[in-house]
Design a protein around this ligand. Structure first.
Ligand code: M6R
Length: 364
């Protein structure tokens, strides 16, 4: 059932190009996004005053990336919240808001409770869900099904990637309906989305170099992932992957926050991974990397082909193909998944079933 792969996780990493393409194709008809099955009308889209994205774990990290994309393209204010916080903080919600609940399993207890909280307050709910007929899918007013197929590994990979795609499609469609983008921009973004599967494949094809690098990190005490904007969201997911399966402590930090405390943890040889996919923030994050280096850090850069001057700063560099910066998370996450995976393999750990964790967290 692992189809020749050593673990479900690496099998599922390899399934990402197909999962992404399937999710795209499920709503793209003749080059246009069709949300008929999701059930949101143009009028409903025009009336959304505010978006609340609520989720746990990696799905929350999708929400963080989606916040930047939705606000930037559709110009709708977005809040992203952890379901376990949202459900108990008596949130003040706007009746014309839209609550988007992201969940692979559709059974996460806190996410389900957050959905019920939003519904009880009269707010429309939209689930981005992978498991058909799951509780969140049944209870949400609208459902956008991701087509990742069954995900077995506790560490999510392909479901995460399809959740990102669903959120881009919503953002582009909302932007179009609300006349925030031109037809040309719309067509360009859809064409770009369709190149993502082959770009993801290209990153997977280069996995040996990352395997080599990740295997060298098995004795690391701490790893820091830093970035700004969408790159901060990517850092969060990279850090969780590393912790969850390799048991190496890591932190994701908004690069500009480092000097407000955390930089004191940087010692000789501490690995700092700078995520640099956003052109407007590139120089800013590079200077934070330089600050870490001058305190002894060992630097890895994760950036786009073409940004070769990163080699003046970073000790090890991984390049990803160019794409629209709104969609960079879909590419940048893949090397980070591979690093977590290979670090876990090198430590001889139970990759697919890490200690203390369950695939679906049905108790709070
Ligand atoms: O099924 P869900 O998407 O609601 O699960 C949410 C989290 O429990 C999940 O993403 C978790 O963080 C993953 N194990 C991370 O790889």
């Amino acid at each position: 059932e692992k189809a020749g792969f050593e673990h479900f996780m690496i099998k599922e990493i390899h399934e990402q190009p197909k999962a992404v393409a399937d999710t795209l194709n499920s709503v793209l008809h003749d080059g246009m996004i069709d949300l008929n099955d999701v059930g949101l009308s143009e009028e409903e889209i025009r009336n959304i005053s505010q978006i609340y994205i609520v989720a746990c774990g990696s799905a929350y990290h999708v929400g963080m990336a989606a916040q930047y994309v939705l606000e930037d393209l559709a110009r709708i204010p977005v809040r992203v919240e952890l379901a376990s916080e949202f459900r108990y903080r008596k949130p003040l919600l706007d009746k014309n808001g839209l609550a988007i609940i992201i969940s692979q399993s559709g059974e996460t207890a806190d996410s389900l409770a957050a959905l019920r909280e939003a519904k009880a307050k009269g707010v429309r709910t939209l689930g981005i869900v992978n498991v058909i007929g799951s509780s969140i899918a049944r209870e949400a007013d609208n459902v956008f099904y991701t087509l990742a197929g069954p995900e077995i590994s506790v560490a999510t990979t392909k479901a995460y990637s399809t959740q990102l795609i669903a959120s881009y499609l919503l953002a582009i469609q909302f932007a179009k309906v609300r006349e925030e983008i031109t037809q040309e921009q719309y067509d360009g973004m859809i064409a770009e989305l369709q190149t993502l599967p082959e770009k993801i494949q290209k990153i997977i094809d280069d996995k040996e170099r990352l395997q080599w690098f990740a295997s060298k990190q098995v004795n690391a005490k701490d790893i820091f992932f830093i970035g700004r904007g969408i790159d901060y969201a990517i850092s969060m997911e990279g850090s969780l992957k590393m912790k969850e399966i390799s048991y190496i402590h890591s932190e994701a930090y908004a690069a500009g926050e480092l000097k407000h405390g955390t930089i004191s943890l940087i010692e000789d040889g501490t690995l700092v991974i700078g995520c640099l996919t956003q052109p407007n923030l590139y120089e800013k994050t590079v200077s934070n990397m330089v600050e870490c280096k001058s305190r002894g850090a060992y630097l890895m850069g994760l950036t786009t082909y073409g940004n070769y001057n990163i080699e003046d700063t970073a000790d090890f560099v991984t390049y990803i193909p160019k794409t629209d910066p709104h969609f960079a998370t879909s590419l940048a996450v893949v090397p980070l998944q591979l690093m977590g995976y290979y670090a876990s393999v090198a430590k001889g750990l139970d990759v697919d079933k890490p200690r203390n964790l369950a695939k679906s967290v049905t108790v709070e």
